[in-house]
Design a protein around this ligand. Sequence first.
Ligand SMILES: Nc1ncnc2c1ncn2[C@@H]1O[C@H](COP(=O)(O)OP(=O)(O)OP(=O)(O)O)[C@@H](O)[C@H]1O
Ligand SMILES: O=P(O)(O)OC[C@H]1O[C@](O)(CO)[C@@H](O)[C@@H]1O
Length: 323
Amino acid sequence: MRRIGVLTSGGDAPGMNACIRAVVRTALAHDHVVLGIRHGYAGLIAGDAVPLDRTAIRNTIHQGGTILETSRSLEFSTEEGRLRAAAAIERLELDGLVLIGGEGTFHGASLLAAEADTAALVGVPASIDNDVYGTDYCIGFDTAANCAVEAIDRIRDTARSHERLFFIEVMGRTAGFLALESGIAGGAEELVIPEEELSIARISERIREGFTIGKKSAIVVVTEGKTPGISFQIAREVSERLNFESRVVVLGHLQRGGPPTLRDRVLGSLFGVAAVEALLEGRSGCMVGEVGGDLLCTPLEKTWQKKKPLNEHLLWIFQFLSE
Ligand SMILES: Nc1ncnc2c1ncn2[C@@H]1O[C@H](COP(=O)(O)OP(=O)(O)OP(=O)(O)O)[C@@H](O)[C@H]1O
Ligand SMILES: O=P(O)(O)OC[C@H]1O[C@](O)(CO)[C@@H](O)[C@@H]1O
């Protein structure tokens, strides 16, 4: 290993900078050169690289977003695009490449590895959705979930004051991790998560039951799913059934910004060091992750082919704590 590249891809996630910093400091400690690839896979295809030294990563650990910037690259989804990326890796004379991103990023990386003889590829899970198999937590999830909890707390004040029903839509796309954990921490009455079939009747019934035991307001945390804004329709239907006023708050990209929490800074640092160590050990085609407190490497294919399930125990405790 002499030249190590690092890029961030997919949605930005707080803690990515802590990870980049850890990659750079670990590689430099072993006398390797680090190149930062800008704009994710789009930048890789273009060969857009900058040298990363100690100065470049100084004072970044507390910053949200990614100093390398990121992208969702349509071109990389094509074989032609990936072959251009492989050619850029060769031109840049990279021996190893650390890919910080989510399941889409690793899907693309495993296709790239199968189609071209590239540098060693090691992934680091970073997605506020937390939907990557092979790690209990992804970089960025904790900060986003804390942002959602703060929003729920604030909404609770006004919901209670006006005796209203609130629907708070969180990100997560097709995974309910953000909704489940922020719903438990925020004391929500009900959840809408993609892992369970949507039932307006069930949501309405649970809220009605709450009212019969004296609740005067309620909060439902809704995962945006594939259709951001879906909570407006759900709110309308539940309100009609209950004949009760409701309001909707869509948190959107607020959840992706802001300084990373302690947990995301530590996770980013741990994963960054582990990724460079994996490269130095001669590993390739895998993603570092933490499962049950153990750091481990999972083949890239598994990280997107397998669906990470929600924690059954958390689902169960939500059911009775929300009554
Ligand atoms: N099926 C695929 N085949 C090839 N490349 C893909 C595929 N899916 C995603 N990619 C590549 O990976 C990039 C990042 O994927 P995506 O936009 O899904 O974000 P992600 O890594 O899943 O992160 P996040 O969870 O934050 O959305 C895409 O822009 C695309 O270039
Ligand atoms: O920023 P974009 O491209 O609109 O993507 C939004 C999506 O990205 C995520 O925030 C994950 O990064 C999803 O929760 C959300 O559906």
